[in-house]
Design a protein around this ligand. Structure first.
Ligand SMILES: Nc1ncnc2c1ncn2[C@@H]1O[C@H](COP(=O)(O)OP(=O)(O)OP(=O)(O)O)[C@@H](O)[C@H]1O
Ligand SMILES: C[C@@](O)(CCO)CC(=O)[O-]
Length: 905
């Protein structure tokens, strides 16, 4: 179909007036406009039929139309006039690349503005959005813009300043309803600017300005130029105010297109329609051919494409890019490598046909987990069809498919068909895939995370001082299992066996400002959502259920903001800890880490990395016991969300506890936002020390209140507290130096650390966070003959004390000390520090085993109403939950480890 330009607009190539009422004239069609470069206000003095290249930086005189090529150049003016004409736009601008065009557009934003953009964007667009988010304070929501309903919750009447759309998407050819989204945006946020990236279509096939977009940009490097011999970007709009701002930005930045490239682009555009017609027709043939062989093909021209109707309502054709899946990444690699005519290259829109594997090429910079979350198949092949003879293109592709073993000749049908071997492989793979992605499997995750001991710097770390903390061997475990109904439930076995369940649709969704994939939660908690949770689903909790309330708010808050559109997983979450809860050993952070990981996994915001190929060849293989199997990007994402939950539980946490809960080991941690350089550094050398942890078991201590009290003291006595903070910083610095000093003898190191422990405790006493029972423990360990150094650890006010045990401390002394402490009704634990951080039980069948540890009923625990009989071995996933909930706390770790391989950060 040949598009006709909007007759309401006036163009500089007007259709001649009809000579008579019977001999009417139709408006000129697109290809006529493309080929005819006329600008009546810029007649060439010699009547040249091609626009000349004004290869000059400056123009003489003061009264002329042009003075400097950054601000204006006749070749560029001709091009801009021509682009406006074919785009049904009042204004057009050309700049040095497609990314430069987006950069100009994004400069319309100011700090604090919000932008809604797709979650399946071109990598370069993603990169630029991340930059403006970090450096310009613009908030970016990545949303699936191909689902109009998913966009709506993110539209804010005043904050949303821009909505960035792209249709079809690249490389999956998903369709966004440009018209419907623009309408929803205009109704809800009238001042928001709707921007469309039209590169995949070009103005020939789609003109989003006619469907509600305010600005359209194209990478003109693609179809507009068509020859891959220049880079350019075009921006078009109808609104004069926007046009004025864009002209100002381009002139200020100086990224307007050069005269020679303007000439080349003008020349390219003349053939846009004929090139596109040919490319599109061939693309249709290629798509049909691959589809007929049984491959899964993404192309809006195919009858079964899900967005076909929407696309064809808005666009005038299906374009010339398509992609298909082979079911096997290696097979895809062979096909791509086997073609001759199809060039292996990124980009598209050129007269030559191109082939690529997005996951290995254009989208390789995106983390595999993010790619998987966006549903980008690793085996996807993208084809960008050129103007070659379609028979040659099909022939070349067929040869590559045959050589790769993807298709074979079927003598009965007398034609090539998809190879049975790969088809069977596909069917099997997809059956296994379906098994593994059956809801219940996708929703079942077993997670664990360690508690921590702060050796130096608690409380001070909240105010920007460096703390030194390390993981302990005691852990929190979290298990999610699928529910059959539309409910979620939590079971906190350590908190009076608390159990509650809620109808998913009854949760306060109205109060949620969702956080899109790849987006970070804002610095501040959403207090309106916390209130809605407390007064809604948790309103039945009594005063004395404050511990359960805190944990349930943290869980529900994350559940609500992490849900993706209407995909609201029905799950149960059970938490169990071998840590004493509320004793200063970071039980809240390890709980927060388990809950955050679980909710990120069930919402497919993170995924476990695929299994590495079995080692081949002769090289030496070391076992890492699953450590470093969870990549840093996933760990960071978990840590950010665990920190959100910690804010709910602790009010003003520093982030040290959740960082240890995620990363494990020992860390020097400095909070951001203060004068000192922030971040965390791993500390080695702690693993070999023995520590005694003593739980004072003081009831009712509250970390949130203790942290707030120190904050208050700082406000009341700024100087005194500042001196204490400086002194604690020196202690942390000194400890780091001592630990990093290779020449310090072990005995000397132990006495330095002992002295620092004593000194740090004195400062904590001055901050008012000790407790008589902690002082009693300290005195007991200091008494002769022990002479040991002890400090409170964590928030204090009770909780735990930590005592350093020197290497030469006699076993007899240790026994006596432990029984002394136990006699005073305190709980002593001997521990080493620095073990693994966040762990996830491997979801891969080859890593799962049958556990031989039988669950035992735990004294005082009541089975919640719907829990089935626990008298079973943990043979398979359906039996995991009852076994987990009833396993004795002493056996819990051994049982969990026996279930299979754990993958750790
Ligand atoms: N296993 C668990 N199940 C459910 N909630 C838990 C669990 N462990 C901790 N929590 C939540 O964390 C709260 C305890 O946090 P609190 O800060 O008082 O102790 P802590 O983290 O052990 O101490 P600190 O922060 O001083 O190291 C509990 O009241 C509960 O809300
Ligand atoms: C008291 C504190 O320093 C440690 C609590 O474990 C608080 C924090 O850092 O978040």
């Amino acid at each position: 179909m040949t598009p006709v330009i909007d007759p309401k607009m006036t163009y500089d190539l007007p259709t001649p007036d009809p000579e008579s009422p019977v001999r009417t004239r139709k408006p000129y069609r697109f290809s006529t406009l493309c080929a005819t470069v006329e600008n009546p206000s810029q007649k060439d003095q010699y009547g040249s039929s091609s626009v000349p290249i004004y290869q000059t930086a400056t123009f003489k005189g003061v009264a002329g139309e042009y003075d400097y090529s950054r601000s204006g150049n006749p070749t560029r003016s001709h091009l801009e006039h021509h682009v406006a004409k074919i785009s049904s736009a009042a204004h057009a601008f050309v700049v040095s690349s497609g990314m430069a065009a987006l950069d100009v557009i994004l400069r319309l934003l100011k700090p604090g503005d919000e932008i809604i953009a797709g979650d399946d964007l071109y990598g370069g667009t993603n990169r630029l959005l991340t930059y403006i988010k970090t450096h310009m304070g613009v908030i970016v929501h990545h949303v699936d813009t191909t689902d109009t309903q998913a966009v709506i919750p993110f539209i804010h009447p005043t904050k949303t300043a821009m909505v960035l759309l792209e249709s079809p998407t690249n490389p999956l050819l998903k369709i966004a309803d440009l018209a419907a989204v623009a309408k929803e945006v205009k109704e809800r946020a009238p001042n928001a600017i709707v921007v469309a990236d039209n590169t995949m279509m070009s103005p020939y096939l789609q003109r989003p300005l006619e469907h509600g977009s305010d600005i359209v940009y194209d990478s003109a490097t693609k179809y507009l130029s068509g020859h891959h011999d220049l880079m350019a970007g075009v921006i078009t709009c109808n609104r004069d105010d926007i046009g004025k701002q864009i002209a100002f930005i381009i002139n200020s930045v100086g990224n307007a297109l050069t005269p020679i490239d303007s000439f080349l682009l003008l020349r390219g555009i003349k053939t846009l329609a004929v090139r596109m017609d040919r490319q599109q027709a061939s693309a249709g043939q290629v798509a049909t051919y691959l589809h007929s062989l049984g491959f899964s093909v993404h192309y809006p021209g195919l009858p079964d494409h899900p967005g076909r109707d929407i696309h064809h309502r808005i666009a005038d054709g299906s374009g010339a890019v398509l992609s298909f899946e082979t079911g096997d990444k290696e097979l895809s690699e062979k096909i791509v490598a086997g073609t001759h005519l199809w060039g292996i290259s990124v980009s598209f829109g050129c007269v030559n046909s191109l082939i690529s594997m997005p996951c290995v090429m254009s989208h390789a910079s995106i983390d595999p987990a993010v790619r998987a979350a966006r549903g980008l198949p690793e085996d996807l092949i993208r084809l960008c069809v050129g103007i070659e003879d379609p028979t040659d293109l099909l022939d070349d592709l067929e040869h590559a498919l045959i050589d790769a073993g993807a298709i074979e000749f079927d003598a009965v049908q007398n034609k090539y068909v998809r190879a049975r071997k790969t088809q069977a492989g596909d069917i099997l793979a997809s059956a296994i895939g379906k098994l593994n992605t059956k809801d219940s499997k996708e929703l079942e995750w077993f997670i664990s995370s360690p508690g921590k001991v702060i050796l130096f710097g608690e409380h001070a770390v909240v105010h920007g001082v460096t703390a030194i903390a390390a993981s302990v061997g005691l852990r929190c475990y979290g298990l999610t299992t699928a529910r059959e109904d539309r409910k979620i439930s939590v079971h906190f076995t350590d908190i009076d066996n608390f159990y509650a369940e809620w109808d998913i649709d009854q949760l306060p969704w109205h109060a949620v400002r969702p956080v899109a994939i790849n987006e970070h939660h804002p610095e501040e908690l959403d207090s309106a959502l916390v209130d809605a949770i407390t007064s809604g689903p948790l309103s039945h909790l009594t005063q004395d259920q404050s511990h359960a309330r805190g944990a349930a708010i943290a869980f529900l808050y994350m559940y609500l903001v992490l849900a993706r559109g209407d995909t609201r997983p029905a799950i149960n979450f059970t938490a169990r800890s071998t840590l004493p809860v509320g004793a200063g050993l970071g039980s809240s952070a390890s709980f927060s880490t388990c809950a955050a990981t679980a909710l990120l996994l069930v919402n497919k915001r993170i995924s476990m990395p695929s299994l590495p190929k079995p080692a081949t060849g002769e090289h030496v293989h070391f076992s890492h016991q699953g450590r470093r199997a969870i990549p840093p990007l996933i760990a960071e994402e978990v840590n950010r969300w665990a920190f959100v939950a910690e804010k709910i539980l602790h009010g003003n946490p520093s982030g040290v506890d959740n960082s240890v809960a995620v990363y494990g080991g020992a860390l020097a941690y400095t909070r951001a936002g203060f004068e000192r350089k922030s971040g965390m550094e791993p500390i080695t050398g702690f693993k070999s020390f023995r520590f005694l942890l003593t739980n004072s078991k003081v009831p009712g201590r509250n970390t949130k209140a203790l942290v707030a009290a120190v904050g208050q003291k700082k406000a009341n006595e700024p100087e005194a507290v500042a001196n204490i903070l400086t002194a604690i910083q020196s202690i942390s610095d000194e400890a780091r130096r001592a630990l990093a000093d290779p020449e310090m003898a072990r005995g000397e190191l132990l006495s330095v650390l002992s002295a620092l422990i004593r000194e740090n405790h004195t400062h904590l006493v001055s901050l008012g966070v000790s407790h008589p029972s902690l002082e009693q423990i300290r005195e007991a360990t200091l008494a002769s003959p022990y002479d040991l150094s002890t400090k409170l650890t964590g928030a204090g006010g009770g909780g735990c004390a930590v005592t350093l045990i020197p290497d030469d401390f006699s076993e007899e002394h240790l026994r006596n000390l432990l029984s002394n402490i136990a006699e005073q009704k305190y709980d002593p634990y001997l521990t080493t520090v620095g073990g693994s951080g966040l762990g996830v039980l491997s979801p891969y069948a080859e890593h799962r085993t049958v556990s031989s540890v039988r669950p035992a009923r735990v004294a005082g625990q009541v089975t919640p109403p719907q829990t089935p009989s626990p008298e079973v071995d943990a043979k398979d996933s359906t039996e995991l939950r009852p076994a987990f909930e009833l396993m004795s706390v002493e056996q819990l770790t051994e049982w969990a480890e026996g279930l299979g391989k754990w993958l750790y950060v």
